[in-house]
Design a protein around this ligand. Structure first.
Ligand code: C5P
Length: 286
């Protein structure tokens, strides 16, 4: 076998709180993350060139180690000491980038899992986890998926009870936000409303979708530029008006999502005037 196809799933942050900037330049976060059904398709092929190449259906994405999928392939080959092998990664992008949906991190996690299978290296969970964490803060979560509380810089994971069955409508407006810039915009800023992660954990434990939807919150919404924040608020209002039980921005945006009782309800809500929309559902841990 020298070729493998892996599905790389997007995530949303049901809650997202950010703490102090750390000496290493990262920020402590406390966030409940959830894998959703929207996915990229990642084809991984071994070659004899000794080179790592990333291609995708989106021409503007980097084709080298600046792409997290390339960085993941490089870290993997370094770790196992296979220096003469080349890897070609072909990504069919369906997850919008710069959306807070962890598209790049999901692709990277898919490459790590895929290479371990293709090369038959059988790395331990601890090795896979360490590789993922070296590639990016969201990659460990993408490796396992499901519903989890992420702390530290996002790499410390605690599995949580599954999100009850529901529909989720993702809305990606035109504007995009730089992740480091939005973290910096939060520094020294007084945040007026923080999500209550304890309450969210309890709602998940109780299997109470309505209570969980009432806990959605993301401190990054307050750090957006005025015009962007207005757009996010407009989308959240429109989601609620269309029957969502709760709505919130994911990650550093700019995608916003609403939780609906069913996938059908999410599909019925027409928010296409705000940008691209995707009706999805939660995916359980691998
Ligand atoms: O870990 P990752 O490479 O995805 O992070 C991208 C950037 O986002 C970091 O260089 C940093 O500026 C910011 N970041 C942060 N705190 C985190 C995660 C990311 O400040 N917990």
């Amino acid at each position: 076998m020298n070729e493998l196809t892996v599905e790389a799933r997007a995530k949303v942050n049901l809650t997202l709180d950010v703490g102090a900037k750390r000496p290493d330049g990262y920020h402590n976060v406390e966030t409940v993350m959830q894998t959703v059904s929207l996915s990229d398709i990642v084809d991984i092929r071994m070659t004899k060139t000794g080179e790592i190449r990333v291609m995708s259906t989106r021409a503007d994405l980097p084709t080298d180690l600046h792409n997290l999928a390339g960085k993941a392939a490089n870290a993997f080959l370094d770790h196992v000491g296979y220096h003469n092998i080349g890897v070609e990664v072909n990504i069919t992008k369906r997850i919008p980038d710069r959306a807070g949906l962890a598209g790049g991190s999901a692709d990277a996690a898919a490459v790590i899992r895929g290479l371990d299978k293709l090369l038959g290296t059988g790395l331990t969970d601890a090795e896979l986890y360490a590789l993922a964490a070296s590639v990016g803060s969201d990659v460990p979560f993408c490796l396992y998926g499901g519903t989890a509380l992420a702390t530290g810089r996002g790499e410390v994971l605690t599995q949580l009870p599954e999100l009850p069955e529901c529909g989720i409508l993702l809305v990606k407006p035109e504007f995009s936000v730089s992740t480091p810039a939005l973290f910096a915009a939060l520094d020294g800023r007084r945040v007026s409303r923080r999500p209550d992660n304890e309450k969210a954990r309890k709602a998940l434990g109780d299997g109470d979708l309505r209570a969980l939807a009432g806990c959605l919150g993301n401190v990054f919404e307050e750090a957006l530029e005025d015009e962007e924040r207005r757009m996010v608020v407009d989308i959240k209002f429109a989601l609620m008006a269309a029957g969502a039980l709760g709505a919130c921005m994911t990650g550093t945006g700019s995608a916003v999502f609403g939780i609906f009782s069913t996938v059908k309800d999410a599909e019925k809500a027409d928010l296409s005037r705000f940008g691209s929309t995707f009706a999805v559902y939660p995916i359980k841990k691998l």
